[in-house]
Design a protein around this ligand. Structure first.
Ligand SMILES: Nc1ncnc2c1ncn2[C@@H]1O[C@H](COP(=O)(O)OP(=O)(O)O)[C@@H](O)[C@H]1O
Ligand SMILES: [Mg+2]
Length: 295
């Protein structure tokens, strides 16, 4: 069965996108035996380093085996290495008693932010409009992904904050979009604007193929009445599109982001937050099980 493609995105930074991408990847692999590919599309490279550790990330950069190199080849007119060749297998610092944990990674380097500019510059010189450039980026990305969809159950893409042509390509290619959001007033305004704009853009570009957007409350502090009321308001407005689970703000989630040189179990890694991360995987599968699979 072909992998389901899910983009994790929000216009805002610091809302827990990368944390959601990595924790979700790990619980799906550990507790549901899903074969997960995590793709880091953010030049901040947080997911790359959180999921695979700094040494592996440095090695991938030195060997030009990061996502920016794939797109850069199109900017410079070289033949790109297959997207598949950028995959690092079973990267996490987790161990489990059933064997290795199936989280594979395509890492990203900070250079990705310049590659987009180079691509735009090249094609604008050839008189292409932005829409046509975006279409090409989408084609390169989805052709690359197509060669891998049979090898995975889930492909999770950690997107940069804001909207870039790469992030739009990820959204257009995705079967589902997961938007981590802190339940406060400013975030809600941003979320409404993003939802309207992104869904409009996707409808235009996806030729009718369905996409579902889910919202997950992150960094939730039960003791803030504002968080409680904003989360309730989001749920009221979004219904089933909003996760029932809220990811609490807890030091155990922040601490788990730090790479461990020695392998650890899921429970060792996430400590008191292990059950909530496991519940995230459960609800994710419940919510997405009815979605159409990627072509
Ligand atoms: N539930 C949480 N509890 C505590 N800290 C968190 C939580 N989620 C994320 N963080 C921390 O907040 C910061 C931003 O998270 P990150 O996932 O990098 O956000 P984004 O990818 O949206 O920029 C990081 O330092 C991360 O460890
Ligand atoms: Mg991030």
């Amino acid at each position: 069965m072909a992998a389901r493609l899910v983009s994790i995105i929000n216009m805002k930074g610091g809302v827990g996108k990368s944390t959601t991408a990595v924790t979700l990847a790990e619980t799906l692999a550990v507790h549901h035996r899903r074969r997960v590919l995590l793709i880091d599309l953010d030049p901040q490279t947080n997911a790359s380093i959180m999921a695979g550790g700094p040494e592996r990330w440095n090695a991938a950069r030195k060997a030009d085996r990061t996502l920016d190199a794939f797109f850069d080849a199109y900017a410079t007119g070289e033949k790109p290495a297959p997207l598949k060749s950028l995959v690092d297998k079973q990267v996490t610092d987790l161990k489990d008693n059933k064997g290795k944990v199936d989280v594979d990674l395509i890492a990203c380097a900070p250079e990705l932010r310049y590659v987009e500019r180079d691509i735009i510059e090249k094609f604008v010189k050839q008189q292409l409009h932005l829409d046509a450039i975006q279409k090409r980026i989408c084609q390169w990305f989805s052709q690359g992904l197509k060669t891998m969809t049979d090898s995975y159950d889930e492909i999770l893409i950690d997107c940069p904050p804001g909207i870039s042509l790469f992030a739009e390509a990820a959204l257009i290619s995705s079967d589902a979009i997961l938007v981590p959001s802190i339940p406060d007033y400013v975030s809600r305004l941003g979320l409404i604007a993003f939802r309207r704009r992104a869904m409009g853009m996707i409808r235009d570009k996806r030729n009718g193929a369905p996409t579902t957007m889910f919202v997950l409350a992150t960094k939730y502090d039960e003791t803030f009445s504002l968080h409680r009321s904003e989360a309730a308001l989001l749920k009221e407005n979004l219904g089933a599109s909003m996760f029932d689970l809220k990811i609490p703000q807890t030091v155990d989630i922040a601490r788990a982001a730090e790479w461990s040189e020695t392998k650890r179990t899921f429970e060792q890694k996430y400590a008191s937050a292990a059950p909530v991360i496991q519940a995230l995987g459960n609800e994710f599968l419940d919510k997405t099980s009815s979605l159409a699979m990627a072509a």
